[in-house]
Design a protein around this ligand. Structure first.
Ligand code: NDP
Ligand code: 8X3
Length: 250
């Protein structure tokens, strides 16, 4: 069994790759940080005695996506699960003061990157006659909160694409699922606040957020349902978070 996980150098993607490896999958991992990919690949191979293919590219760059997927050896094309996880929030500004470059990064990664990946992997799955695409959305794809404008829009787009992919890929026996987390403590807030650790830490102060491993377990669970079962959509929150903006803090 082969699982292909984008954005596996940190957070949810890394925890997901680890869990699939622990469960005997061969793993394709991707990300922009080559050194991290190499270290993680060596860790997975030595810990789980599994095979790992590591592909170093930026999901925003169509040419890089195409050549990375074209480079996959034939025996690695029997992909059972694609986890479209690579993504980010950048900035938290109202719309009138929004930073255009932040908007482009989010749109290019969360929407266009996910589309480039899907456009290149879905035909391989169709050829194989099976497959499962797990799209990582967010509570931000179900709700909109103050200053979340463009990030929320990108995750609403993931929600729509998840539904559209499921319809289009149905005749090809390819399952499509969205996993939509609430607050998960990863590098997400450090990226959102551009390296401002203090601001990032405040997001998680006084409450117990989800861990990347909680989401990995959910992704593994949806991917390991019996052949006749598909989970369309799942929202998973910390017990202390009711919705995007309502939390209990100590
Ligand atoms: P992290 O910042 O910890 O990890 C993000 C991963 O995405 C990294 O491996 C990063 O790798 C990769 N990535 C980002 N941009 C690109 C790119 N252009 N090309 C290739 N890879 C890229 O964040 P999370 O693990 O939290 O985020 C994973 C997903 O979960 C995202 O889609 C996020 O929107 C979603 N999510 C997160 C939540 C949270 O609270 N943390 C809640 C809901 C959803 P590298 O930098 O090496 O390229
Ligand atoms: C990440 C969760 O609430 O910061 O997608 O948008 S939130």
């Amino acid at each position: 069994m082969i699982a292909f996980i984008t954005g596996a150098t940190a957070g949810i993607g890394k925890a997901t790759a680890e869990l699939f490896a622990r469960n005997g999958y061969h793993i394709i991992i991707t990300g922009r940080r080559k050194e991290r990919l190499e270290e993680f690949s060596a860790h997975l191979k030595s810990t789980y005695n599994t095979e790992v293919l590591s592909l170093n590219f930026d999901v925003r760059n169509l040419k890089e996506v195409e050549s990375a997927i074209a480079s996959i050896p034939e025996e690695w094309k029997k992909i059972n699960v694609l986890v479209n996880n690579a993504g980010l929030a950048v900035g938290l500004n109202n719309i009138q003061e929004g930073v255009i470059d932040d908007w482009e990064r989010m749109i290019d990664t969360n929407i266009k990157g996910l589309l480039y990946m899907t456009r290149n992997i879905a035909p391989i799955m169709i050829q194989n006659g099976y497959g499962h695409i797990v799209n990582i959305g967010s509570i931000a794809g179900k709700e909109v909160y103050a200053n979340g404008n463009v990030y929320c829009a990108t995750k609403h787009a993931v929600d729509a694409l998840n539904k559209g992919m499921r319809i289009d890929l149905l005749p090809h026996h390819i399952k499509v699922t969205a996993v939509n987390p609430g607050m998960v403590e990863t590098e997400f807030s450090i990226v959102r606040f551009k390296g401002d650790d203090e601001r990032a830490n405040k997001v998680y102060t006084g409450l117990q957020p989800l861990k990347a491993e909680d989401i990995a377990e959910t992704i593994y669970w949806v991917a390991s349902r019996p052949a006749h079962v598909n989970i369309n959509d799942i929202v998973i929150m910390p017990a202390v978070q009711a919705n995007a903006t309502t939390t209990i803090r100590k």
